[in-house]
Write a protein that binds this ligand. Structure first.
Ligand code: CP
Ligand code: NVA
Length: 300
């Protein structure tokens, strides 16, 4: 494993190994056992979109591992004034030990990896969000013990989260069901791969997707960069809401996950969100542990 560009680049064994290390690092942190595996290492974090969890968890994670993280706003870098990615990364490779980037185009992340000589971590693109899904898988295993026989259901936009959850869920052997309106389906190539590899249902029937689910997942109707489509999307996604009716279709002990930020009254009701806040904020915490595991795997 040289980079984390998308989950489909990792084998099931590699994902499992990250999750195991994440559990260990969580245990060590809780018990004040030193785990400074990245003493003196420098991580550059390029952001061309907003972030709370990704930014803070990567920065704290690097510090706890004995290294350092630099926040690099896309607007402040010469990148924002047109310096090519392939030049930027060849310069940054001379200073840094790794780069985490959150941006729009997946191809920009791939280009960083191609021209740089240091590990690149995808901190979210329009296409996928691998770091989030590693934390999600870690949380599912924490609550359910294993992935065996589980059904993961995603309700809402077939966006970056849906794409990565399909890949991660199928690679861990879960059955995956996605409920989304026509025209907002997940990436066609990912769906084709998943149907071949495991059990995937993509439907506009919310009840069918949620039926017997062990994990119910949702995300915003309009992602970062889609603010201009807000009104159109509000109409298209009306009803694609994790509410009491959806939860009644899922297993009685189903957990609810949300990558956050959440829009109550849109993709999830206040009641369902608060009833499952324990899981949702454990999931947010697990960003820290899962990403520390990725950093150790790539930078040590
Ligand atoms: N879930 C997630 O990636 O959160 P941020 O946008 O706050 O980083
Ligand atoms: N789909 C959301 C995820 C945020 C973590 C977005 O891209 O804005």
């Amino acid at each position: 494993m040289k980079h984390l560009l998308k989950l489909s680049d990792l084998s099931s064994e590699e994902i499992m190994s990250i999750l195991n290390l994440a559990d260990q690092l969580k245990y060590e942190r809780k018990n004040h056992i030193a785990h400074r595996h990245l003493q003196g290492k420098q991580l550059g974090m390029i952001f061309t979109k907003s972030s709370t969890r990704t930014r803070v968890s990567f920065e704290v994670g690097m510090n706890e591992l004995g290294g350092n993280a630099l926040f690099l706003s896309g607007n402040d870098l010469q990148l924002g004034r047109g310096e090519p990615i392939k030049d930027t990364v060849r310069v940054l490779s001379r200073y840094l030990d790794g780069i985490m980037i959150r941006t729009f185009k997946q191809s920009d992340v791939e280009e960083l990896a191609e021209y740089g000589s240091i590990p690149v971590i995808n901190g979210l693109t329009d296409y996928c969000h691998p770091c989030q899904v590693l934390a999600d898988l870690m949380t599912v295993r924490e609550y359910k013990g294993s992935f065996k026989g589980l059904k993961l259901c995603f309700i809402g936009d077939g966006n970056n989260m849906a794409n990565s959850l399909i890949v991660g869920g199928i690679k861990m052997g879960m059955e995956v069901a996605v409920a989304c309106p026509e025209g907002y389906r997940p990436d066609a190539d990912i769906c084709a791969w998943a149907e071949k590899e495991g059990k995937l249902l993509v439907t506009d029937d919310i009840a069918a997707a949620a039926a017997g689910a062990d994990v119910v997942y949702t995300d915003v109707w309009a992602s970062m960069g889609q603010e201009g489509e807000k009104a159109v999307r509000e109409k298209a996604f009306r009803g694609y809401c994790v509410d009491a009716a959806v939860m009644a279709c899922a297993k009685p002990d189903a957990m609810v996950l949300h990558c956050l930020p959440a829009h109550r009254g849109e993709e999830i009701t206040e009641e369902v969100f608060e009833a499952h806040a324990g899981e949702i904020f454990d999931e947010a915490e697990n960003r820290l542990h899962a990403q520390k595991a990725v950093l150790v795997k790539l930078l040590k």
